[in-house]
Write a protein that binds this ligand. Structure first.
Ligand SMILES: [Zn+2]
Length: 288
């Protein structure tokens, strides 16, 4: 059985919305589960499919949404069919109205990240289907600490498909201090856009040097209750920690340089892969 847990609709950029969701913990295997994203400009009817997203991707960026008309707003429903049963959520809209100043501040911060940010993969801790290898459903706990099926989270896969984005990480050597175990741990700060919404325990991997960090604390900056930017305290993950084994999506194992925007019609941004032998290639990146 599947049940949606948290669903969030956020302002992604001046012209886009993002819908993000999680499932409640379940002992079923959710491999291949498809989530249909539906949109309407009315809260009560006319919901129509805009996308189908396959688990474990758990978000959809809606760049086609019409946000020019301030008198009507967009609402979303999610539908998922599992074991012959279809679950449809209630409609969700923005948690709070995003004013024009807030939209403008999001845009300016994202512009800043395009100049100063470096490409990172963000792995959000996953919920949903329990780990088939180490989750003890009687004791309700993981039975192995180095399980590569769930990366010691107790949920299959451990993390959602990573989101490629740009973030600004402060050079690490300024903030070395011992942690609670009195072991020397390396800490630093990161500044990123308002999406994806991160939580403590999520993992950040710097794409160009392979350094991985765990988020310890998140401080969102808000304007009129809308998140503009997120600042995070990070703890460096030692190379023997299991999170270093998290998969990197195919085609991202090259040096990548942020590249001043080439914006196409639907406002996607590209960054350039730095590969001497081959012609310049471009990748889609979440640009906020
Ligand atoms: Zn496991």
């Amino acid at each position: 059985m599947i049940e949606f847990d948290e669903i969030l609709v956020a302002q992604a950029s001046f012209t886009a919305r993002v819908v993000w969701w999680e499932f409640k913990p379940t002992n079923d295997d959710l491999t291949g589960l498809e989530v249909e994203v539906q949109r309407s400009y009315s809260q009560t009817d006319s919901f129509a499919r805009v996308a189908v997203v396959r688990h474990p991707v758990n978000y959809y960026v809606d760049t086609e949404v019409n946000l020019r008309d301030f008198w009507r707003d967009a609402y979303y429903k999610l539908a998922a069919t599992f074991q012959g049963r279809t679950v449809v959520t209630e409609q969700r809209g923005l948690a709070s109205i995003v004013s024009v100043p807030a939209r403008e501040m999001i845009r300016l911060h994202n512009l800043d990240l395009r100049f100063s940010g470096m490409p990172v993969l963000i792995y959000l801790v996953r919920k949903g289907d329990r780990c088939p290898d180490c989750w003890d459903s009687v004791l309700k706990k993981v039975t192995r600490s180095h399980c590569t099926t769930c990366y010691a989270t107790g949920f299959k896969g451990g993390y959602y498909s990573p989101v490629l984005t740009l973030a600004n990480i402060v050079p690490e050597d300024k903030t070395n201090q011992p942690d609670v175990t009195m072991r020397e741990s390396t800490r630093t700060m990161l500044k990123m856009s308002n999406f994806p919404a991160v939580k403590p325990r999520d993992v950040i991997r710097e794409l160009n040097n392979g350094i991985a960090w765990r988020i310890e604390k998140v401080t969102p900056s808000e304007l009129e209750r809308v998140v503009i930017i997120q600042e995070c305290n990070l703890i460096k993950l030692e190379t023997n920690e299991i999170e270093h084994k998290l998969p990197i999506p195919e085609g991202l194992d090259f040096l990548i340089k942020p590249h001043w925007a080439k914006i196409i019609r639907n406002q996607q941004e590209f960054i350039t892969r730095d590969r001497a032998q081959n012609p310049v290639e471009r990748l889609n990146i979440w640009r906020g």
